[in-house]
Design a protein around this ligand. Structure first.
Ligand code: FPP
Length: 247
């Protein structure tokens, strides 16, 4: 057990933590290794962070595993990443089940290799009864794609009389996103030092606290995760109100 865990207030945990896992390539380069070695090490971090999130009792952990923009990387890297993700999830499925973790995915799966998607769906079904942590993988995901797709479906449903234009609320929009039914993230963590949101959950992070660390994803460990939670717990979330109103 990491020592920092004792400094976490379990009564004030974020319900949903979302993570932009960045820095695999730079981690590998700094060691004179191929980028894929960074992704392999990154999978070990996914395991560790899933473990600690589950141990703490966090409800939802969403990981940005592959963006729609990532399809434009060299084909070799795309193939290696897809293979790695599928193999890792299949390998971890028995442990996910044992630990009561439920796997889910968000993204534009029409662009995913059929076989990879089929295998991930099988893992999703096998963990469907988990009542602990929900591990949500953002795969072939981009927020603008998701919002555009939601608008298209809202327009179709409005034209077909299933929705009334006057009644469209922000809740309606949330319900048309791939994250429907998942609470908005309370905390967004980005590793690798860049201070941007890279087309990730743009609608959903409206009030998320943002934590950026220079640590590359392969070096991000359980203590580093605890540090992000502790920092989150020290912030005052005002949701547009004043401090006085909150008191
Ligand atoms: C960013 O690092 C990371 C990715 C594009 C992929 C992250 C994927 C994994 C860690 C594997 C996920 C596995 C599972 C099981 C979910 P980068 O390559 O952009 O690093 P750089 O910014 O240093 O180049």
């Amino acid at each position: 057990m990491p020592s920092l865990i004792d400094n976490i207030n379990l009564a004030k945990l974020p319900l949903h933590v979302a993570i932009i896992m960045d820095g695999n390539g730079r981690w590998a380069k700094a060691r004179g290794l191929d980028r894929s070695a960074g992704h392999v090490e990154g999978v070990n971090t996914v395991r560790k962070i899933t473990e600690i999130a589950s141990e703490l009792g966090i409800g939802y952990l969403t990981l940005y595993a592959f963006s729609t923009e990532n399809w434009n990387r060299p084909q070799e890297e795309v193939d290696a990443l897809m293979h790695l993700i599928v193999i890792a999830i299949e390998r971890e499925t028995p442990d996910l089940i044992k630990n009561n973790v439920r796997l889910t995915m968000i993204g534009d799966f029409s662009r995913m290799p059929e076989e990879a998607y089929r295998r991930l769906c099988r893992c999703k079904e096998e963990t469907a009864r988990g009542t602990g942590l929900t591990l949500c993988l953002a795969l072939s995901y981009s927020s603008r794609w998701e919002i555009t797709d939601a608008c298209r479906r809202i327009a179709i449903d409005t034209a077909n009389g299933l929705l009334q234009a006057d009644n469209i609320s922000d809740e309606t929009i949330s319900n048309y996103l791939t994250t429907a039914g998942i609470p908005d993230p309370d905390l967004l963590i980005r590793t690798g030092g860049d201070k941007r949101v890279s087309n990730f959950l743009l609608w959903q992070i409206a009030y998320a606290e943002i934590f950026v660390t220079d640590t590359f994803w392969p070096d991000f460990d359980k203590d580093a995760f605890c540090r992000a939670i502790i920092e989150y717990q020290s912030r005052e979330r005002r949701f547009g109100l004043t401090s006085e109103q909150l008191k």
